[in-house]
Ligand binder design. Structure first.
Ligand SMILES: NC(=O)C1=CN([C@@H]2O[C@H](COP(=O)(O)OP(=O)(O)OC[C@H]3O[C@@H](n4cnc5c(N)ncnc54)[C@H](O)[C@@H]3O)[C@@H](O)[C@H]2O)[C@@H](O)CC1
Ligand SMILES: Nc1ncnc2c1ncn2[C@@H]1O[C@H](COP(=O)(O)OP(=O)(O)O)[C@@H](O)[C@H]1O
Ligand SMILES: [K+]
Length: 510
């Protein structure tokens, strides 16, 4: 697998383990890193008149000296602009010594039209906001509209969390090594990277395996093995039964969107659970999806007892308040109603089910921590996240990845922290960052569809973290492929070709 995302600390550990295992040494890794960047520059900009390589004082700068040496050796007019000098006897100092070009001070950086910038100022070691000559270099490159090739990360972007520290280069291409870093996928960092090229510099899969990485880029590699495909002798209830709670007569659409998505994602049966006064409205709009009255927890218990649902969605269009809290807690404590052979595989709390606990989030967390509680997946967008986890949301030292992890641990739930860079985090610290979406998904009801897909996959027995990851990826893929004109109603149908490809690519078709 190559979907692991390495923190700066994990990357330097990979570096250390590789060198310890031999035969590659530190300068060997640096040489391969520089060669990969130089090859990319030569391939992409064959007509460049002049390449300006900006070198920092650390190993990122060391990579830059290798790039400059290769480019100059290939006949490209090359200038090095250096900020500080590498620490004596470091790999970077050796790379600088092997480079025949005399560096000029970064303070004087200037470039003519047709030039290319190689940004090798700071990478994984960025420790404070860009300032002084480095910040000025960003401004100069931006003002001159120069194409930038970033080494490892655009300088100023945090590899751990994607934050922009002070200022950052906006690269056309970023060449990174061994594995991507979270900062390549999280916003705003992702927007600064341009195209990301992953170069093999000799850090093997065996080394990465020793790191026990817990952060991944979301994609089929992570969960395809587990993706549900019905067995030959399947019947509809074996494929899972999802219950989706509907709001009142003027707020029923969200639940139906969610229900349809649950059905499309492969649940064998889906029931909309409706207040008595919204039964007619729902009935007028449902065909394959079933309908049943659910006004209170007695109705919920009866449904669970008689119809053996395996997953529920609560929240879309449901309304904020005491009734929602009661329903949520009834579901979280429904374990006692089921024997282990027919337990509820999971709950999805979205929208109003999240907001309803804003005054007393601990009441929900307490219930979700009980040993019998069904697995809980929550799908907050930014606003909902801040209502349930105000202190985590407001902590500016935390990245979106760290926030999602902290929330998942506190709530004992899978947290799908939505947005253009959705993060899926589990209470045990595993997390995935999603990057296949598109802004077409920013349309009313899109989140309702997502909650239904999660429930559909939970009902088919996928483990909660993987169900959430798969749902987010499928939802994003469907929206991205559909493109302009997308509305939430289109998403369930747009999922079909995506699902087909997943099933056809499944390694273990039953
Ligand atoms: N770890 C690995 O496996 C490999 C790392 N390589 C390169 O090494 C880089 C990491 O090297 P380092 O750990 O030396 O880190 P960097 O070269 O990214 O930066 C470290 C240096 O910059 C200074 N610094 C950081 N932020 C600053 C700021 N805003 N203003 C002024 N000074 C600042 C630090 O004090 C330190 O001297 C990677 O990004 C990559 O380019 C490659 O050589 C290949 C192998
Ligand atoms: N710019 C974007 N790029 C990619 N995905 C996006 C973007 N904006 C929103 N989304 C996705 O669209 C969905 C919107 O959900 P949500 O905010 O709950 O909307 P609604 O409440 O209207 O259903 C989420 O899955 C989110 O990740
Ligand atoms: K850089």
């Amino acid at each position: 697998m190559s979907n692991e995302l390495l923190s700066p600390a994990e990357m330097s550990e990979a570096d250390r383990l590789t060198i310890a295992a031999g035969p590659t040494d530190g300068i060997g890794l640096m040489r391969r890193a520089g060669e990969a960047v130089a090859a990319e520059v030569l391939k992409r900009y064959p007509a460049a008149t002049h390449v300006h390589v900006l070198c920092g004082p650390g190993n990122n700068g060391g990579d830059g000296y290798v790039v400059a040496r290769i480019l100059a050796g290939s006949g490209v007019v090359t200038t090095i602009w250096a900020s500080g000098t590498p620490r004596p006897e470091s790999d970077a100092a050796l790379a600088a010594a092997l480079c025949p070009l005399k560096p000029r001070p970064l303070s004087g950086f200037d470039a003519g039209a047709g030039s290319i910038v190689v940004d090798a100022l700071y990478g994984a070691g960025l420790s404070k906001p860009l300032s002084g000559d480095a910040a000025k270099a960003v401004d100069t490159a931006t003002a001159l509209h120069l194409p930038v090739v970033a080494v490892d990360l655009p300088s100023g972007v945090s590899g751990a969390g994607g934050e922009i520290m002070g200022r950052a280069f906006r690269a056309e291409v970023t060449v990174t090594f061994a594995r991507k870093k979270p900062g390549h996928l999280l916003l705003p960092g992702r927007g600064q990277c341009g195209e990301i090229v992953l170069a093999d510099i000799g850090i093997g899969d065996g080394i990465i395996a020793q790191l026990t990485v817990s952060t991944f880029e979301n994609g089929p590699d992570l969960w395809l093995q587990e993706f549900p495909v019905p067995a030959v002798d399947a019947h509809k209830y074996k494929r899972g039964h999802v219950g989706v709670f509907s709001g009142g007569p003027s707020a029923t659409g969200a639940a139906r969107l969610s229900a349809l998505a649950a059905a499309r994602s492969g649940a064998g049966a889906v029931t909309v659970l409706s207040p008595a006064n919204a039964m007619q409205v729902n009935a007028a709009h449902l065909t394959s999806v079933m309908l049943r009255k659910a006004d209170d927890s007695v109705d919920i218990d009866a449904f669970i007892g008689e119809r053996r649902p395996s997953a529920f969605v609560l929240g879309p269009g449901f309304g904020v308040g005491e009734r929602t809290r009661k329903f949520a807690l009834a579901l979280l404590t429904s374990g006692h109603l089921r024997d282990t052979s027919t337990r509820i595989d999971g709950l999805v709390f979205d929208a109003d089910a999240i907001t309803s606990f804003r005054e007393a989030p601990d009441v929900m967390f307490e219930a979700s921590r009980q040993p019998n509680a069904p697995a809980l997946v929550m799908t907050p967008h930014d606003g909902e996240f801040a209502r349930l986890f105000p202190d985590i949301a407001g902590d500016e030292t935390l990245s979106k990845l760290a926030k999602a992890r902290a929330a998942a641990a506190r709530a004992n739930a899978i947290v799908v922290y939505k947005g253009a860079d959705t993060v899926i985090a589990a209470p045990n610290g595993r997390a995935a960052i999603n990057a296949n979406g598109a802004p077409w998904l920013a349309t009313a009801g899109s989140g309702d569809v997502l909650s239904g897909i999660v429930a559909g996959l939970l009902a088919q027995g996928m483990a909660p973290f993987h169900a959430a990851c798969a749902a987010v990826w499928i939802h994003a893929e469907a929206g991205r492929r559909f493109g302009p004109g997308l509305i939430a109603e289109d998403l369930p149908m747009a999922m079909v070709p995506v699902l087909r490809e997943l099933v056809e690519n499944q390694p273990d078709l039953r």
